[in-house]
Design a protein around this ligand. Structure first.
Ligand SMILES: NC(=O)c1ccc[n+]([C@@H]2O[C@H](COP(=O)([O-])OP(=O)(O)OC[C@H]3O[C@@H](n4cnc5c(N)ncnc54)[C@H](O)[C@@H]3O)[C@@H](O)[C@H]2O)c1
Length: 337
């Protein structure tokens, strides 16, 4: 395979690129490094040698994308590049639609210009918004009613993909709706380094490293077993597997959508306890106020992706997931530096 990976210097895109390189494929990463890391590209280079090309370009630059597709003789696109912070999206909605929707349209234009038809897109559970709690677990037909510009901009691109699949020169597309992605390459070559970090597991681990004084828990009066919010954590390697399974399901003229989660949720308290067990650190926590728009529980029903393309999470133990994140962050306390 010759793949173009947008956002390949970021957390998920770098792990997908690494897997493709490990399996002998050719990878062209396109990233503007706004939130990605040159250190991740260097790690990919060590793994893939000259099978890795890196193009520093913005999604808005359709010509640069088309050149990257043509130069890499690309047959399949994995589209991870995005702005990804819910809170920031409320403050800067235009930027979110510019990158997550218009940026995607620019990519589709480049694909059309070069005759590349296959695309797998990183969508998100945020497209579902706040489903009724009796709608848990979330299935693919659960109504998509995003409650912030991040979710709305990702849903808008899903719709554009659907339209592109129905167009006269149709695409073959898969949208994978990820839940919470966690962990790192099990061989410790790359990991998660979001700046700013807003994800629960890395924040707990940063407390364990002494980089933060404590974890703030946003509310303990939800209608869940221990009162804290419950989320579905899928290991990054399982998530990458889902992409590999998706390649085989690409079908011209169709957009296929699947949830990617493990099918059960862990509460904030359970995650914190897991991080304490794995790190051996007390990880102090303080109770904060609820955040607007945080539903009590969000977890996937992954039955459709198992039935349709045979994907099933292998990493279902939270401590094992956390341990891979801890191994990387402990070895790289400054992240990519
Ligand atoms: N991390 C999660 O838990 C999670 C959950 C659901 C969905 N997702 C989706 O997965 C994808 C990857 O998320 P991530 O956590 O790896 O984020 P990330 O921020 O680590 O990676 C995104 C990458 O996109 C690049 N980028 C941003 N804007 C760009 C632009 N205009 N042009 C070119 N490159 C640009 C950034 O530099 C970065 O390297 C996103 O599409 C996100 O919506 C992530």
């Amino acid at each position: 395979m010759r793949a173009l990976v947008t956002g390949g210097a970021g957390y998920i895109g770098s792990h997908a690129s690494l897997r493709l390189l490990d399996e002998g494929h050719e990878v062209t990463v396109v990233d503007n490094l706004y939130r990605g890391h040159r250190g991740a590209i260097e790690a990919l280079r060590r793994a893939g040698g000259d099978r890795l090309k890196f193009v520093e370009a913005d999604l808005a630059d359709t010509d640069a994308l088309a050149r990257a597709l043509a130069d890499g003789r690309v047959d399949t696109v994995l589209h991870f590049a995005a702005l990804t912070y819910v809170g920031e999206s409320v403050e800067r909605p235009d930027d979110y639609f510019r990158v997550n929707h218009a940026g995607g349209i620019s990519l589709l234009a480049a694909m059309r210009a070069t005759g590349v038809q296959r695309i797998v897109f990183s969508s998100t559970a945020a497209t579902y918004g706040e489903p009724a709690q009796d709608a848990m677990p979330i299935v693919e037909s659960t109504p998509q009613r995003p409650i912030n510009p991040y979710g709305a901009s990702k849903l808008a691109f899903e719709q554009s993909l659907r339209d592109a699949c129905a167009a006269t020169a149709p695409l073959a597309a898969v949208a994978l709706r990820y839940f919470n992605v966690a962990g790192a390459d099990a061989r410790g070559r790359i990991g998660e380094d979001h700046r700013p970090e807003t994800h629960l597991i890395p924040i707990c681990l940063e407390v364990a490293l002494g980089k933060r004084p404590h974890l703030t828990v946003f509310g303990d009066d939800y209608a869940t077993a221990d009162g804290t919010c419950v989320r579905d954590y899928v290991h990054i390697e399982d998530l990458v597997d889902a992409h590999l399974c998706a390649f085989g399901a690409l079908e011209t003229g169709k957009l296929k959508c699947w949830n990617v989660g493990i099918g059960r949720g862990y509460s904030v308290c359970e995650v914190l306890e897991s991080c304490r067990r794995v790190t051996g650190h007390a990880i102090p926590s303080v109770m904060g106020a609820r955040r607007a728009g945080d539903p009590p529980a969000l977890y996937a029903n992954p039955a459709a992706i198992a039935r349709d393309i045979g994907w099933k999470a292998k990493w279902t133990e939270l401590d094992a997931i956390v341990a891979t994140a801890w191994d990387w962050i402990r070895a790289h306390p400054r992240g990519y530096g």
